[in-house]
Design a protein around this ligand. Structure first.
Ligand code: ADP
Ligand code: ADP
Length: 224
């Protein structure tokens, strides 16, 4: 099954009278069970691609189907629904809500879906425990190490069983030990059937995935 089917994506930013083509005819397919990285240097268009694949931004041209749904004809409400139901996001800066505990952060996507607190709490506790944070449920992000915060973010991303895990530089703010932990978690999640796409400039991350593509100056390449 094709989870991501994007063809001929173009993104042009308008800077005053200047046009900047940041994605140039990018086509990408991601299949159920894939463990893929998109590797590229700073400025190559990684964040732009991540935002489009994550349904946070729309391309200037091209086609994009996510899990069979035509993303580019969806309304804002439908896009929000797609993001919440189909995608688990993981970011470089973790993006946890600072005033909420680890448990509350992980419950949030479930509460947005209308799940009741009891059930959401059970599921969130289960995922945090699985990721070794069973003793940290009541801690706020600033009471946790970077590696622990990223594990909370991973728990939040997987708690709703999304079709796709989309990670943007997930090791960018981690020391090497925590980076290895995070990559081991991604590997295990993939072995359990999760489809994962990691966008990164880190070759050590890229070394560990099953499928690697390169982005340079807004173009995607299969080989370096
Ligand atoms: P990366 O994530 O690989 O660093 P980006 O997608 O963030 O690449 O950016 C690619 C290029 O597009 C950069 O030159 C950046 O300055 C430019 N860019 C990104 N977002 C915008 C925007 N909203 N408006 C104008 N230029 C942008
Ligand atoms: P990253 O560290 O992930 O590459 P950046 O720092 O390049 O991210 O960009 C952060 C945000 O700012 C992104 O959402 C990107 O689209 C936006 N952005 C980047 N460059 C520009 C720009 N020249 N003009 C406007 N927005 C930009």
């Amino acid at each position: 099954k094709c989870v991501i089917d994007a063809a001929n994506l173009v993104k042009i930013y308008q800077n005053g009278s200047e046009e900047l083509k940041v994605l140039d005819d990018v086509s990408i397919q991601v299949y159920d069970g894939d463990f893929m990285a998109v590797l590229g240097p700073s400025g190559s268009g990684k964040s732009t691609l991540m935002n489009i694949l994550g349904c946070l931004d729309i391309p200037t041209a091209g086609e994009y189907y996510l899990d069979g749904l035509n993303v580019l004809t969806a309304t804002e409400n439908e896009l929000a629904e797609i993001r919440n139901r189909k995608i688990g996001f993981i970011f470089q800066k973790f993006n946890l809500l600072p005033r909420l505990t680890a448990l509350q952060n992980v419950m949030l996507p479930l509460l947005y879906r209308g799940m009741d607190e009891g059930e959401a709490g059970e599921l969130a506790r289960g995922k945090l425990t699985l990721l070794g944070l069973g003793e940290r449920l009541g801690h706020r992000p600033n009471e946790l190490s970077g590696g622990q915060q990223q594990r909370v973010a991973i728990a939040r991303a997987i708690v709703g069983n999304p079709e796709l895990l989309l990670a943007d530089e997930p090791t960018g703010n981690l020391d090497s030990k925590s980076s290895e932990d995070a990559m081991r978690i991604f590997r295990e999640l993939n072995e359990q059937g999760n489809t994962i796409v990691i966008i990164t400039h880190d070759v050590e991350v890229a070394d560990q995935v099953k499928k690697l593509v390169y982005i340079r100056d807004g173009k995607l390449y299969e080989n370096n």
